[in-house]
Ligand binder design. Structure first.
Ligand code: APR
Ligand code: PHB
Length: 390
């Protein structure tokens, strides 16, 4: 087989890029390790910055997002038994975010790819990248007993943190930066009315908690837990009780509980791989970087990679101009690191760190008090949360 751009990974990054390129007449083949059902069974984050929402519309995939997603102009920070609202709209100069689940967004992208007869190949095994430093790279995969070869101009590694693309870059070329936090988030999805129309990020001495939502009938809640905890140790009743303890009483009194329809623990980790290009291979999204979920940057950082790559590839094919491709790694990483900084800051501000000495806790309290008393500090929070410009 032959294509212009071979994309590895059918998560939001790979799907969005293939859809955008297709609309501009660039041919792609997308290879996904799992079935579509498997990809759509993963529960991930749900806050989209306005730039991402605009990209979804450009990809002709924004209709349901605009109909069913909710525009949020603020969120709450709970601390010391009270709630403070962060007015994103005011402090970001009129911006907002869209609350729309990643699962739904991925479903919309798959449906668009299907509608346009895009080539998306599922259940591929042993994907291997070849000759990335040459002008004629190719990708192979196994389909049963058969090895299939795809010749292409470029390979896009959008295969997530555990994918094969990053691992195809020689160790002496790649530099990896990592920070592992000493806790995880236990998340519960439940068919209950959300406790608050806007998200609540709660700082509490027992640990962080987050009240989020997917719709007015579907809630998503999280609590910080030690890494040694397992899902089996947390009954639904124990989860709700612990969540209530970490929320101000005016909130916990209103909390509607119900059976969990999904429950999982995700460790918190920051990771960046540099550079994001190796010859004809370009990394995008989780394949190159991940963040703790606190600042809702994961999916949004993937979106800015796709924005840069999309424009760079179009310049290459339409104008024979490779400046965008040559600048991709540097440009993408500059924004990635800002998202890393913001996620680290928000995580540090709101979580309980087991190794903190009393001095650290005082600094953390002061950081929060300063934030809530300074319009400029709130402005910094707001501009990062709604998304820095691409
Ligand atoms: N071959 C083909 N596909 C692969 C391979 C492989 N060797 N390894 C992994 N994949 C697939 C995974 O099955 C997955 O569907 O690549 C896809 C990567 O998708 P994501 O992990 O969702 O990564 P990405 O598309 O970059 O999405 C960005 O933002 O909210 C965050 O972490 C969250 O997934 C989210 C991310
Ligand atoms: C979510 O709804 O899953 C969610 C929202 C905001 C975050 C993290 C996760 O910061």
């Amino acid at each position: 087989m032959k294509t212009q751009v071979c994309i590895i990974g059918g998560g939001p990054s790979g799907l969005l890029l293939s859809q955008l390129l297709h609309l501009k007449g660039v041919d792609t083949i997308l290879l996904e390790k799992h079935s579509r059902e498997h990809v759509l069974s993963r529960i991930r984050a749900g806050v989209l910055e306005h730039g991402f929402a605009a990209l979804m519309r450009e990809a002709e995939c924004g209709e349901r997002m605009d109909r069913e997603g909710e525009i949020h102009e603020g969120f709450f920070i709970a601390h010391d038994g009270k709630l403070d609202r962060v007015d994103l709209h005011k402090y970001s100069g009129g911006s907002s975010v869209v609350v729309y689940g990643q699962t739904e967004l991925t479903r919309d992208l798959y449906e668009a790819r299907e509608r346009m007869k895009g080539q998306v190949i599922h259940n591929v095994e042993d994907v291997t990248l070849h000759d990335l430093k040459s002008d004629a790279p190719f990708v192979t995969y196994r389909d049963g007993d058969k090895i299939v070869r795809i010749d292409c101009d470029y390979v896009i590694g959008a295969d997530g943190f555990h994918g094969v693309s990053r691992k195809s870059i020689p160790k002496d070329v790649l530099r990896e930066y990592e920070k592992v936090y000493p806790f995880g988030w236990l998340g519960v999805l439940s068919r209950t009315k959300p406790v608050s129309p806007e998200l609540i990020y709660a700082k509490h001495e027992r640990g962080f908690a987050l009240c989020s939502l997917r719709s007015q009938v579907l809630s998503r809640y999280y609590i910080q837990v030690p890494l040694s905890d397992t899902v089996d140790e947390w009954s639904d009743a124990a989860f709700w009780e612990e969540l209530k303890r970490r929320l101000p009483s005016e909130v916990s009194a209103k909390l509607v509980t119900g059976p969990s329809i999904e429950k999982s623990i995700a460790p918190l980790r920051s990771f960046v791989a540099e550079p994001m290009r190796y010859g004809r291979l370009f990394l995008a999204g989780d394949a190159a970087h991940i963040v703790p979920p606190t600042g809702a940057r994961g999916l949004n950082s993937a979106a800015s990679d796709i924005y840069y790559l999309y424009h760079a590839l179009i310049d290459h094919y339409r104008k024979n101009d490779d400046a965008g491709l040559d600048a991709y790694s540097q440009k993408a990483l500059a924004r990635v690191w800002k998202a890393q900084r913001f996620s680290w800051w928000m995580t540090t501000l709101l979580h309980s760190f087991p190794s903190n000495i009393p001095y650290d806790n005082k600094l953390q309290e002061t950081d929060l008090a300063y934030l809530l008393s300074s319009e400029r500090a709130l402005g910094s929070l707001a501009e990062n949360y709604v998304g820095l410009p691409f």
